[in-house]
Design a protein around this ligand. Structure first.
Ligand code: TNX
Length: 522
């Protein structure tokens, strides 16, 4: 195509029309192919956006972004200077478990591809699927000025740069995990986290809904789980939990932004909160006391008993019923209280139940050593340890989500002076979060075995929204670019230059972020 021919090289910025080389516009994640050239488009006072009905969500987001930047609300209608077009390739319609929501986003990189052109006549975004149009709109949003509404003083107007972009993600799964078990976060806080991370084209929100310190999701027929298990958190605070309606509200908010919620109930370890609610789940039949510390690895379900089997079946069934997306996360990490055979038995049984509920299972890397069902996803996390479990998962035909702790754990300190955070996986500055290749981390695991990348935010030390923001920004955007942008198009200096302009965007949104020294923040 003409577009492909015009593209010089992946991620390069053309200086042909006198644009400064480097990074005139701070696109994060960097699109696969970008060429800045020709005249730009000055947004008129009476801007019209044209979009097919399937892209009403994307058009609405764009209208809001334009109003925010120019102080004037665009109209939607025919013949607009900004056009969103569905090209009709690919098969629209609901994906796995899709039903009434937007199409599932986890179908692979092709589903999210789009082309974006800005010239003096206007803006055109083309994609095969509504999710692709949405990604294009997110990119366009970053071409708008960073701060101030009606920032265009008086009649000057806002001008978008002339550009041609052809883009698609490197990996299908680009996740952010939020631990709402160690400290509870309200529906509003989770929604804000979704808003902040989805701007970087994150498409999975993995919610860590249970742990030793708290059980955060109401399960029909088992009210004690949330009544007893939800009533505390690390440090002894009041905790909390989501009702089914709360959870559905989070899922709906995520889906509007093409983010799929992957709920995790961590089993068969990390279950002290469940054992405070139901003593039948433990082998000695004793009710546990609430736990408000931060040790790991001391609790386990009594795998193999009828009571535990009923419990796991109920929980998996309820999660499946409430979750439109294709994946359920069963945990599986750090179980020292269980013989290996019983651990394997749990992993096999849990996958069976997940499969029977029409979903695919995800588990932390430890499950890779057990027998895996087709389609089960293994989440790699512990860098220091031999990659045997990950390799076993791959040998069984499984794919990995890469969350190496030393790169992606947003709960690690940035430097020794960071007030929040842990340091067991090392100090993680923005360059550490950025400078690695998910397909070059484990010998024998290449692009084909990597489903994606995810940045977990564990909350032993994070209590407030500000804490979450400070730990996630700017490292979350770094990991998002690792997951989206082709490896050959990425380099840290270019990223740092593009990222700088996001500081004012965050400031305008009241985001508390870490001013990493490697970035020349304005
Ligand atoms: C390890 S990573 C854990 C979590 C902790 C985290 C703290 C994983 C699967 N388990 O239980 O919260 O370290 O960094």
């Amino acid at each position: 195509t003409a577009l492909a021919a015009a593209v010089l090289s992946a991620g390069a910025c053309s200086g042909a029309d006198g644009d400064a080389g480097g990074a005139p516009h701070g696109l994060v994640p960097l699109p696969a192919e970008v060429v800045y050239r020709g005249a730009g488009f000055t947004i008129p006072a009476d801007l019209v956006i044209t979009a097919p009905p399937e892209a009403a969500g994307a058009a609405g987001q764009l209208a809001a972004a334009v109003r925010e930047a120019t102080g004037r609300a665009p109209r939607t209608g025919e013949g607009g200077a900004v056009r969103l077009e569905l090209t009709g390739g690919g098969s629209p319609g609901p994906g796995p478990g899709g039903a009434a929501g937007p199409e599932a986003v986890l179908e692979g990189p092709e589903a999210e591809a789009y082309e974006l052109t800005v010239d003096s006549g206007g803006v055109r975004i083309r994609a095969a699927r509504p999710v692709g149009l949405f990604r294009g709109v997110q990119t366009l949003g970053q071409l708008l000025p960073a701060t101030g509404p009606a920032r265009a003083s008086g009649t000057t107007g806002v001008t978008l740069p002339g550009v041609r972009i052809a883009d698609r993600p490197r990996f299908a799964w680009r996740g952010a995990m939020l631990d709402v078990a160690r400290h509870f976060f309200t529906v509003e806080e989770v929604k804000r986290y979704i808003d902040l991370v989805s701007a970087y084209k994150i498409n999975v929100l993995h919610l860590h809904l249970s742990d030793d310190q708290g059980w955060r999701l109401a399960i029909a027929g088992r009210p004690e789980l949330t009544e007893a298990g939800g009533a505390t958190e690390v440090g002894g605070g009041p905790g909390g939990f989501y009702t089914e309606q709360d959870y559905r509200e989070i899922v709906a908010h995520a889906r509007e932004r093409f983010v799929e919620v992957v709920p995790e109930i961590d089993m068969p370890g990390h279950v002290n909160a469940a054992l405070t609610a139901d003593p039948e789940l433990s082998c000695d039949g004793r009710r546990r006391e609430p736990y408000t510390g931060t040790d790991v690895g001391f609790s386990a379900l009594c795998v193999g008993t009828p009571a535990v089997d009923r419990f796991v079946a109920d929980v998996v069934g309820e999660l499946a019923r409430m979750t439109p997306g294709p994946y359920l996360h069963i945990g599986g990490d750090e179980v020292s209280e269980l013989a290996p055979e019983r651990y394997d038995r749990f992993v096999e049984r849990a996958q069976e139940l997940v499969g029977a509920a029409g979903k695919r299972a995800v588990g932390w890397q430890e499950i890779g050593g057990s027998r895996l069902a087709p389609g089960t996803v293994t989440q790699y996390w512990q860098t220091g340890r031999t990659p045997e479990e990950a390799l076993s998962a791959v040998r069984q035909g499984g794919r990995l989500v890469m969350s190496p702790a030393s790169r992606t754990y947003l709960d690690m300190k940035y430097d020794s002076g960071t007030r929040l955070g842990l340091r067991w996986a090392g100090l993680i500055e923005i360059e550490d979060a950025y400078d690695w290749d998910p397909a070059a981390m484990i010998p024998g695991v290449g692009d084909g075995q990597v489903l994606g990348v995810e940045a977990p935010l564990w909350t032993e030390t994070a209590e407030t929204m500000d804490d979450l923001e400070y730990l996630a920004f700017p490292r979350l955007p770094a990991v998002a670019e690792v997951a989206w942008t082709p490896q050959r198009a990425r380099d840290f200096d270019g990223f740092a230059a593009r990222l700088a302009g996001h500081g004012p965007r965050w400031a305008a949104l009241g985001v508390d972020f870490h001013r990493s020294g490697a970035v020349a923040w304005p």
